[in-house]
Design a protein around this ligand. Structure first.
Ligand code: AQP
Length: 344
């Protein structure tokens, strides 16, 4: 039997949300709730794989949950909660730590990047196990679709490998329990649209990221109009005018990035943006992009601020979401415990 279609995704409360998080993930969460049953998590357990000040973590958890809602996620129709509240995430992650192979984990490029250089001896064990916890987040809800940015593709492949190995290693036990042979679904990543990988405004060979030391490299969801305009104005570009067709963006990473951002913000395609701006210079395009970004982001920032001013209401919808999530999670964990051979 095919698995019931269900969407799961999450964002870390590990710093200020930026345009990449919004266009690559949160905006897509909003779109998918129109067609799917959705579970959106604030992944606080992932956040502590690198050090987080406890007060700052609390603030950030509420801000990310508020940003989901301010962007248009409906916490009544969907489930919105913070990960640590549903203990089964940690429990399933342990089982998956025993399913995943060291060789698989060692190939994860995000881990290799984050553990490279002088930090090598001082990184947490949790950072290495991060993708196994991510597989648990997704498979706990037997999610079939996961909207993410392009940087998460390899982690989604690992999730599929873990699901397949679990289904295979425990095939006999799964059958004995009277459960479907494809106990865990082979989840599809949903990486689509014109901005699956938003790049740094200062160096288009690097993705826009929370941990970039250059403030000017990223637009924050909470930036004001002035900051947004300045950052776009100072974004690195080449001297050529914009091409009229997408093919003309080849080899022009900065231009491709800004056109992709414009397309995603205005819910259109890069081709349509170039049909409008082809032949025009940056002096025309950058102010138009700045106006568009301000028009789209300012209402979200205002609404996020309004919501975080009342933390009790955020905690209330997260508690409600967690209770509904826990029901699904416990059903899966009960099955997993008996499949594995645990008693009780
Ligand atoms: N630049 C990006 N373009 C498109 N999507 C992106 N995402 C992140 N950066 C971009 C997507 O946002 C979602 C949440 O990401 P996360 O906070 O869980 O983790 P992250 O990828 O570690 O975020 P950062 O900002 O890149 O943090 P650092 O600097 O710590 O590495 C995911 O769906 C992600 O794909």
């Amino acid at each position: 039997m095919p698995h019931h279609p269900r969407v799961f995704s999450g964002t870390q409360p590990s710093g200020d949300l930026h345009l990449g998080n919004y266009l690559g993930a949160i905006k897509r969460y909003v779109e998918m709730q129109k067609t799917h049953e959705c579970i959106y998590c604030v992944v606080d357990m992932h956040a502590i794989t690198v050090w987080q000040e406890p007060d700052e973590l609390r603030r950030s958890i509420r801000e990310v949950a508020a940003a989901y809602v301010a962007s248009g996620v409906d916490p009544k129709k969907n489930i919105v909660f913070n990960q640590s509240r549903v203990r089964q995430h940690a429990e399933l992650a342990w089982v998956f730590n025993c399913v995943a192979r060291m060789g698989w984990m060692e190939r994860m490029t995000q881990f290799k990047d984050k553990s490279a250089g002088k930090n090598a001896e001082n990184i947490s064990l949790g950072l290495f196990a991060y993708p196994s916890l991510m597989a648990a987040d997704i498979l706990l809800y037997k999610a079939t679709h996961v909207p993410v940015g392009d940087d998460q593709k390899q982690h989604l492949e690992l999730t599929r490998d873990i699901a397949a190995k679990f289904n295979n290693d425990y095939a006999r036990s799964i059958a004995e329990q009277g459960l479907e042979a494809d106990f865990f679904p082979i989840t599809d990543p949903v990486i689509a649209g014109p901005a699956t990988r938003v790049m740094s405004l200062k160096d288009a060979s690097k993705k826009m990221s929370k941990s970039d030391t250059s403030e000017g490299a990223r637009i924050l969801l909470m930036d004001d109009a002035d900051q947004i305009s300045k950052k776009i104005k100072r974004a690195t570009t080449d001297p050529e005018p914009l091409p009229s067709e997408e093919k003309g963006l080849e080899g022009r990473a900065e231009a491709a990035n800004l056109v992709g951002i414009y397309a995603a913000l205005s819910d259109t395609t890069k081709a349509a943006v170039l049909a409008e701006f082809g032949g025009k210079g940056w002096g025309a395009f950058k102010p138009a992009l700045a106006d568009l970004a301000v028009a789209k982001l300012a209402p979200i920032a205002d609404e996020t601020r309004r919501l975080v001013a009342d933390p009790a209401s955020i905690d209330a919808f997260m508690a409600d979401g967690a209770a509904r999530a826990a029901e699904i999670a416990e059903k899966t964990m009960k099955e997993v415990r008996s499949i594995v051979g645990f008693i009780g």
